[in-house]
Design a protein around this ligand. Structure first.
Ligand code: ZN
Length: 219
């Protein structure tokens, strides 16, 4: 980490100084991105964004849970007035594995187990056959990755319950799927609409899922 900081100052800081100077007196990010704390999730890289572009929150399992995350959502929507909140899950998420398997028995009880309780409703929704999980299973995704998709949908539901004044979007970074080495699939759902759902690969067969979805796929 320290070597990286040194390299940043030697090679990058000077190049982005004008950009940072322009941001010195304020920020106006285009959205809030909530994603997992996993070290393989790189928000700036997968969104091709730079300083000032995104207000980013990372936690274990990208949960809309806990004072810190809720404070960030409130700040982003009430103060920064971001027009968009995106929740991004990922394949191979350790938090999803923890939800299914439980916290490893060789780990002392503590904050991790407590935190994962915040994902219990996602696990229940997946077990109950949430359409996102069923669609993922049909596409050949592993169980935990299907749960990650359900988890994104459930976290979006939580944001709706908070009545946030922003468009909501869910996405999953799904590397390692059967037919592709790396794919990012996205669907959108607007918190401001009650329009019937367009068909979406995540929830195509659920007519009772009254949201607006715009499936898109990048490889
Ligand atoms: Zn994760």
């Amino acid at each position: 980490m320290l070597a990286g900081v040194a390299a940043y100052h030697a090679q990058t800081a000077g190049a982005i100084r004008p950009t940072m100077s322009g941001l010195a007196h304020g920020q106006s990010p285009s959205g809030l991105l909530l994603t997992c704390a996993d070290s393989r999730v790189m928000p700036s890289m997968i969104t091709h964004s730079g300083p000032g572009d995104l207000f980013t929150v990372q936690n274990v399992g990208n949960l809309v849970s806990g004072t810190s995350t809720l404070a960030a959502v409130q700040y982003a929507t009430s103060v920064l007035r971001v027009p968009l909140i995106a929740v991004c899950g990922r394949s191979g998420c350790g938090a999803m594995k923890g939800l299914v398997d439980g916290v490893p028995t060789d780990m002392p009880e503590g904050a991790l187990g407590y935190w994962l309780k915040g994902g219990a409703s996602s696990l229940e929704a997946w077990i109950d056959g949430h359409p996102a999980g069923r669609a993922g299973a049909r596409d050949g995704f592993a169980q935990n990755d299907c749960l990650a998709m359900v988890n994104v949908a459930v976290q979006l539901d939580r944001l709706r319950e908070l009545d946030v004044d922003a468009e909501l979007m869910g996405c999953s970074s799904t590397s390692g799927r059967p037919a592709s080495s790396s794919t990012t699939r996205m669907h959108r759902s607007s918190a401001r609409t009650t329009a019937p759902a367009a068909r979406c690969r995540f929830c195509a067969d659920d007519a009772g899922y009254p949201r607006e979805h715009e499936p898109a796929e990048e490889s």
